[in-house]
Structure formats: C-alpha cells, structure tokens
Design a protein around this ligand. Structure first.
Ligand SMILES: Nc1nc2c(ncn2[C@@H]2O[C@H](COP(=O)(O)OP(=O)(O)O)[C@@H](O)[C@H]2O)c(=O)[nH]1
Ligand SMILES: [Mg+2]
Length: 636
C-alpha cells in the first residue's frame, strides 16, 4: 500500500430529511441513494456509498438512512466508520434520530467527527446561533465536544470547502485501520453482476485483500476464491483496511450470500452463538432484566439474542457489567468488536459495548475465573490474556486455537508466547500443533505422576514398574500424550523416575523379595535350568513351591522379565542357558555337516522329542537363527 494515501471511512448520521444524502452528493458528486424506491420517494432506505480523494486522503462515504424504521440498516453501515459526519438541519436542530444515531456512534466507540449544520441557506444568523447553543449542550462531554461545527448548504455550496478541509484534518489524526492484521470484511451487500457472478461489498475493517486470495465465508465456513476486487469504482490489485471494497467471489451463487455474513482470513476463526461482553446501557432507558431478549447488532450482522447478566438480576440505565449473549444466529465476532442492542417495543437503541470472549466456556470449578479473563481482555493485557487461556485449558491450549479466541496475528501470538514462556508461566510442549500448558498445572501433573508411580511400587512389590499407557489413562483419559511424554521426560531429568521401554519405575527402585519368595524364585529358575530343552510345564514347577499361586506366578513373570527364562510358546518356557547352548550346537553342526538340517537330524542333535522340536524350530525361525525350506531348515 502506498503510505502517502490514507483510507478513511466517513459515515453520515442524523435525522431523516436533514440533508445527509444531499450533502454527500454535494461533497463527492455522487448521489448515494441507489434504489428505485429511494429515488421515487426521495428518502434513503438502505446504505449508500460515494468516494472522494482530497488532501492525501481517500474517503469512502457511507450514507445511512435517518428514518427510525431503518436504524437496522444504519447500524450495518456504521460498523467500520472512522469519522462520523453528524448532520443537523439548521432549521430543525436536534431530533430523535439525531440523538439515537449519536448514541450509537458513542456506543460503537467512534472517536472523531465533524458536525455539519445543513440547510444553512434556510436560516439567519440568529437561528444558527440558537442551534449552536443547543448543540454545545448536546455534545458536551462526548467525543464531539470539541469537534468543528460547520454551517453548510448543499444548495448554495456555502461551507463545503471548509467541511472538506475539516474532514481531511480529522482524517490525519484518525488511528487508521490496520492492513497488517487478519483480513476481515463484514458484508453489507450481496448481488450478482452479469458476466461476473457474485459480488459482495463491505468496509474492509482490517487486513488487505488481492485477487486470487482464498477467503473464508462466515458463518458457513466455506472457503472461496477472490476473482476480482473493486474499490472506489475501479478494479484494483489490492484493497487495504479502511477501504470500501467490492469482492467478486468464485464458486458461490449470490443467493448464498447476504448482509451480516463476513469474509475473513481462512482457517483462523470460528463463528459463534455465545459471547461474553462488557455491556453498558444508555442513560434514560428502562432497566434491562437478566434473560431479556433484545436485537443484537455487530458489524453488518443482526439477530435476536438473550442476555445473561453476570451476578445480577438487572442492569439500570447508564450502568455497565459483564454479560453473555446467546445469539439466535451464529456470527464471526472477535474480541474488541463493538456491538449495539435495541429493545423491541418501542424499537429503540438501549445500549451496547464490546465483545470480549467469542468462545466462552462454561465456568468450571478448577479454571481461573471468567471475570479475571474478561478483565484481562478489556485491558488488552496480552500476556495475561494468554496466561488465562492456558490456565483454563485443562488439557493444554493448542496454539492453533489462539487466533479464534483473540483475533491476534501470528507475530503477536509468537511475541506473547515468548513473554509468558520466558517468565516460566507456561510450558511450550512440542506437538502438532504446539501446546501451551500452564506451569502450575504441569507441576501438579509431575507430582501426581510421581505419586502414582510410588503407589504402584507399594502395591506391586514384585513388579519392576508400571506400564506407561496404564499410568497415562489412570491420570486422566483426556491427557494429551504429548503432555504426558513431556512430564515423563521432566521427571526423568529430575531423576525422580526411570524409563525402561514401556515401563515407568521410581528411580533406584528395586524389587525386594521376602526370604520365602527369593527361595521360590531360585527354585523356579533351577527347575528350568536343569531341564535343558526337555522342559517341564510351568504349572508343574510352580506346584512344587511353598509360596501360594498368586505370588509364584509373579515370580515366574519376574524371571521372564529379567530374561532368565524365555517363553517360546504359551506352554513352553526355556532357560536362557539352554537356548544359548542350542545356538552353539547348531553353529557347530553347520560347520561340520553344512547348513541344511532335517527335523530328525535336529531331534538327534538335541535329544528331544517332536513335542519340543517343532515349537523350538519355529522359535528359531522367528529369531532368524534358522529358515524353513520345505521339510528342512537352513541354518543362517
Ligand atoms: N434548502 C436546502 N434544502 C436542502 C439542503 N440539503 C438538502 N435539502 C433538501 O432536504 C430534503 C432532504 O434531503 P436529503 O438529503 O434527502 O436528507 P436525508 O434524509 O438526511 O438524506 C431534500 O428535499 C433536499 O432537497 C440544503 O442545503 N438547502
Ligand atoms: Mg438520505
């Protein structure tokens, strides 16, 4: 983007017939009313758009309807306004929609504006001064308190140059929208253009967009390709935040597109039906009761919603509190997005505020309090926000989850992770995607694992350790394997545990046998050692012992684990020495008589019956000592 040009959105506001549309036409040369009905009736029903380049600023004008019935349309256009052009007819002064539109601007957090005292040609100096006095009162204490108030006439063109200059001056001080952030465009119109297909328009509220980019449509989540872009009535290679933008989309019919949907950078965000907010009511409105149903507006989107007030039964005029909205329709909304609520009868704006958590969880006993999280978001304290997110993710926070919850860019995410990982408040755990895990929770997990391993040794003195997978599943079924692995590594590094293959044991732990167990173990081993290859069954051996079956079975397992004994088939167990001797004999046979050996020759060599010979040969095949070839074996 060329740095010299600023892209600024100017939105009109004010009562019907006060001259908003005429003023936009006088300033830009474009009459913003587009619809047939608007032209016929001479009133603005829906949003209108016009453009002006002046003093290094590219202005996009959004002209809104003043009629109270069309405040919904006004709200769709008000999203993304940088500068409000508050229009007040000099011959009528302040009227109901002057107030309502102005309230909306304040609730949306619009920071700058210019006041146009229109139809100046209709009144004398005295009347102008009277209106000016009323205005001073009206604007006192608001963001427009010190805004320029300029008498203008669309008819005589009085004041127009001065007004343009005032807009240029304001534009220089606007904190512009950020082209470097994630792309987002709330759709305010969708239609088909012959020969082009589907087109949507909207104010590009952040990021930038070029033809051939992939975008995601919300709430459906469909991924779409951008075929072309127009801004200010011209095809462009790139549109930047702060521009009115028309996007030609491939692969979708215009009937599947409508106001209230949004386009955004793909694969980062999620639409939601619930969101936690800071809500404030305007002064002079009725109390809002917990669970009341209101009209909810954010961006170009509108739906009915039920409000759940935090820790209170109602909210009075001019008060604020944290609240959760449950929306009838899903929407893409990110922390910091402003919203407006209106009541049903009479249909008036009663309040608004800022979205804080678009993917709220139901509170749990062990998670950090929701209030703390919302306060961190409100204060835009990034390390604290991420810390709280990690704390409340009991099974680890996948890094890929962060954009949908925060709206942050990748550099912001990386930077914030570095800060809190550097302060050792979270651990970064290698996984796909990487996981953030609160250090406190990790310490707790380490302690729990060490305790479990200790307990296992106490309860199973004849076993060398606990199987990894048993340990993990017993800790928490949903514990991610990556976190478990990191915990085992950490405990190993701290020399608290030792890992032996799939077994986890307490560092330095040894099996301690009782005297009768030690004796029985020796007897078992001796029985197999003396049997050579003509082994007895395990059952026979164990039956001769003085310890009871449960313990003797464990002792046998111990010998197998120590590899003193080998299980060749479920029934046949051999002593290590006997098998080693067999290998030596086979090697000698190969040297003396060649590499082939038949089953009878094998029986002769070993002096055992077929009952032992066949399983042993199969075992030797598996061990790649021999290979079967027809009825014979090849000694390898
Ligand atoms: N005399 C006079 N009439 C105006 C001026 N601006 C607008 N009007 C008239 O006021 C009426 C309403 O204007 P319009 O721009 O549609 O008002 P909007 O509803 O605020 O958009 C129209 O009949 C205009 O011709 C002006 O500066 N001087
Ligand atoms: Mg109008």
């Amino acid at each position: 983007m060329s740095n010299s040009i600023r892209n600024i959105i100017v939105g009109t506001a004010g009562h019907i017939d006060h001259g908003k549309s005429s003023l936009v036409e006088a300033l830009t040369g474009t009459h913003p009313d587009r619809l047939e009905e608007e032209k016929r009736r001479g009133i603005t029903i829906d949003l209108g758009f016009a453009f002006l380049e002046e003093g290094g600023v590219r202005f996009g004008f959004v002209d809104v309807p003043g009629h109270e019935r069309f405040v919904g349309n006004m709200l769709a256009g008000a999203a993304g306004i940088d500068i409000v052009l508050l229009v007040i007819a000099a011959d009528e002064s302040i009227k109901p929609q002057t107030r309502e539109h102005f309230d909306i601007c304040r609730l949306l957090g619009i920071q700058r504006g210019v006041v146009a005292l229109t139809k100046a040609d209709l009144v004398d100096r005295e009347a102008r001064e009277l209106v000016q006095m009323e205005l001073d009162d009206f604007l006192r204490g608001s963001f427009l308190e010190n805004a320029p108030v300029i008498p203008v006439s669309a008819k005589t063109r009085e004041g127009l140059a001065e007004l343009t200059q005032a807009l240029v001056k304001q534009a220089r001080d606007v904190i512009g929208k950020d082209s470097q952030r994630n792309f987002r465009l709330p759709i305010d119109r969708a239609f088909a253009v012959k020969g082009f297909g589907s087109v949507v328009t909207g104010t590009l509220i952040s990021g930038h967009l070029s033809p051939e980019d992939e975008v995601q449509l919300f709430p459906s989540g469909e991924k779409l390709r951008v075929r072309g872009i127009q801004s200010g009535g011209k095809s462009v290679d790139r549109a930047d935040a702060g521009q009115r933008t028309a996007v030609n989309l491939a692969g979708i019919g215009h009937h599947s597109l409508q106001r209230g949907m949004a386009l955004a950078t793909p694969a980062r965000f999620r639409a939601t039906r619930r969101l936690d907010v800071k809500l404030r009511l305007l002064s002079g409105v009725r109390k809002l009761k917990n669970r009341a149903v209101v009209h909810f507006h954010t961006g170009s989107f509108e739906t009915m919603a039920e409000v759940a007030l935090f820790d209170r039964t109602d909210l009075s005029a001019a008060e604020d509190c944290f609240a959760q909205f449950r929306l009838r329709q899903p929407v893409l909304v990110l922390p910091g997005d402003p919203f407006i609520i209106r009541q049903s009868s009479p249909l008036i704006t009663i309040g608004g505020g800022t979205a804080l958590d678009p993917l709220p969880r139901r509170p749990r006993a062990r998670e950090a309090s929701r209030r703390e999280y919302l306060q961190a978001v409100e204060g835009n304290n990034k390390p604290e926000i991420l810390m709280q997110l990690a704390l409340r993710s009991l099974f680890g926070l996948p890094q890929s989850e962060i954009p949908a919850r925060t709206g942050w860019t990748d550099p912001e995410i990386q930077e914030t992770i570095l800060i809190i990982a550097g302060a050792k408040r979270v651990r970064l755990i290698a996984a796909e995607p990487p996981l953030l895990f609160a250090t406190a929770a990790f310490e707790e997990l380490l302690k729990k694992i060490a305790d479990r391993v200790d307990r296992f040794h106490k309860e199973n003195p004849l076993q060398p350790g606990v199987a990894r997978e048993d340990l993990r599943v017993n800790l928490a079924r949903r514990l991610r394997p990556e976190i478990f692995r990191a915990a085992l590594e950490e405990l190993t590094a701290q020399k608290k545990i030792e890992l032996h293959g799939e077994l986890v044991k307490r560092a330095g732990s040894q099996i301690s046998l009782l005297p009768d167990e030690a004796k029985a173990k020796e007897q078992i081993e001796a029985a197999f050692a003396s049997a050579g290859l003509a082994v007895p069954s395990a059952k026979e051996v164990l039956a001769t012992l003085s310890v009871e079956a449960r313990r003797s079975e464990k002792l046998l397992q111990l010998l197998l684990r120590e590899k003193a004994l080998h299980r060749v088939t479920p029934e046949l167990i051999f002593h290590r020495e006997a098998l080693a001797e067999l290998r030596v004999k086979l090697a000698a046979y190969k040297k003396a008589k060649g590499e082939r050996i038949s089953i009878p020759a094998f029986k002769d060599l070993t002096g055992i019956t077929r009952k032992y010979a066949i399983p042993l040969l199969e075992y030797l095949d598996r061990e790649r000592v021999t290979r079967r070839q027809g009825d014979e074996r090849v000694i390898l």
